[in-house]
Design a protein around this ligand. Structure first.
Ligand SMILES: *Cc1c(COP(=O)(O)O)cnc(C)c1O
Length: 435
């Protein structure tokens, strides 16, 4: 588009003068795919419109929260009503209890909940609680899993097994990550060895059950089973980071998906965000009473927040959770997501493009690879320049997918069969140009 008339470009130029990279969260900047980020003017249902007035079918949905689509009437009404009653009080409200009840109702592993404002804060606080409850310092995370940007979690794998990781960000001193062990996702031998050598020092394993921050990679059932067993055996806590998967892949979240293959499976702590706020800044962590009561003001583990349990955010989250609790909701969403994924697979096959895809509930991922990867190094094999062409081809045809290879995709209840069919048709056209 002509730069003198492209409103997105104009806004991007203005933004870059004041905001580092022009964005307030790095992936929005399109650096992995090139081009000008689309500045959103408004959104409704399954669509958003950019600053030029172009419409896109939205498959990021605020990176997961917008499971009902944008501007769902009952959510809108709840938020409008809440706003009229005040924005924030710094004192408790009934709605916080209702939201905690709604979360606990669907997650048998959660007896008590603490509400916070972002997934980062929730994961960071869950780790502090795990350390406080066990009296241990070491934590185990897996390469390719993202748990927000708290210092101790911004770590990449070191070389060799059971060495400690290296900071992935400047500004994180090595001393701050010295207790963080980074292991390969889905590698049972590594996690066994880590516990054999350091079992008594490990406070917790933190894991994305379906890793949505390396696109879409499932923890295998035997791997999850082994993580659970090792934690139990060694007195460590299993922390499931369900910020992305929580209330997104199933009403019972990813833990309910694993419980189908592993009867009785439960994490010790669960970290939530995204969908539970319905698009407002709200996140949470929860678990059994005996652990959660270690938190201040009852226990010695400090945690607090000025805007925690914000009345507008809880209204939005609660209204969202009530909608998705309809028994017909997830089967319909999962069916739609499956139709999209199957359509994309078919379109890629017609064009002879290597393509593998997977989905659960309203979350999906695809790779320009002949088969689904199982860990971060294999995700890295994906064809990045080709992905960039696919991304822009779809964008030109009014389909907005995540502007990076390492991100999952999201379908909402507002996506119609026609939206899905248009998306598959757009992909069919683009795949033909990728050969
Ligand atoms: C998004 C995400 C986070 C971080 O949440 P923010 O609200 O962005 O701080 C943490 N963990 C997982 C698995 C996520 O997907």
């Amino acid at each position: 588009m002509n730069p003198t008339t492209d409103r997105n470009q104009q806004l991007f130029d203005r933004a870059r003068a004041l905001i580092p990279g022009g964005v307030n969260s790095p992936v929005r900047a399109f650096r992995a795919v090139g081009g000008t980020p689309r500045f959103v003017q408004r959104a409704q249902g399954a669509y958003f419109w950019d600053a030029n007035g172009a419409r896109y079918i939205d498959y990021i949905g605020s990176w997961g929260p917008m499971i009902l689509g944008h501007g769902h009437p009952r959510v809108l009404e709840a938020v409008q009503r809440a706003v009229m009653e005040g924005f924030s009080y710094g004192a408790p409200t009934e709605r916080e209890i209702e939201l905690a009840e709604e979360i606990a109702k669907h997650l048998p592993s959660v007896e008590m909940v603490r509400l916070v404002s972002s997934g980062t804060e929730a994961a960071m606080s869950a780790i502090r609680l795990a350390r406080g409850a066990t009296g241990r310092s070491r934590i185990v995370k897996f390469e390719g899993c993202y748990h927000g940007h708290a210092d101790a979690l911004l770590v990449k794998a070191g070389s060799g097994l059971a060495t400690f990781g290296h900071p992935t960000s400047a500004g994180v001193p090595p001393e701050v990550v010295q207790h963080t062990m980074v292991l390969e996702y889905n590698n049972i031998a590594q996690i066994e060895e880590a516990f054999a050598t350091h079992g008594k020092e490990i406070a917790c394993i933190i894991i994305e059950p379906i890793a949505g921050n390396m696109n879409f990679v499932r923890a295998s059932v035997p791997f999850m089973k082994r993580c659970r067993e090792l934690c139990t055996q060694h007195g460590a806590l299993l922390v499931l980071d369900e910020v992305m998967t929580g209330f997104r892949v199933a009403l019972g979240s990813a833990q309910s998906v694993y419980a189908k293959s592993l009867p009785g499976f439960q994490p010790d702590l669960t970290v939530l965000g995204k969908v539970i706020g319905g698009g407002m800044p709200l996140a949470a962590f929860g678990g059994p009473r005996a652990i959660m009561e270690r938190l201040a003001p009852l226990g010695p583990v400090y945690q607090a927040g000025t805007l925690s349990g914000n009345p507008v955010a809880t209204a939005c989250g609660l209204a969202t959770l009530k909608e998705i609790a309809d028994p017909a909701f997830f089967p319909a969403l999962a069916q739609k997501t499956r139709t999209l994924v199957d359509g994309l697979k078919g379109a890629a096959a017609e064009a002879g493009i290597p393509f593998a895809a997977d989905c659960e509930g309203g979350m999906f991922g695809f790779f320009l690879l002949p088969e689904l990867p199982r860990n971060y190094p294999s995700v890295m094999q994906s064809d990045s320049p080709r992905f960039g062409r696919l991304f822009h081809g779809l964008l030109d045809r009014g389909v907005y997918i995540a502007p990076a290879l390492y991100e999952a995709g999201f379908v909402s209840a507002a996506h119609s069969e026609d939206d899905i069919a248009q998306t598959v048709q757009a992909a069919r056209e683009v795949f033909k140009t990728l050969g």
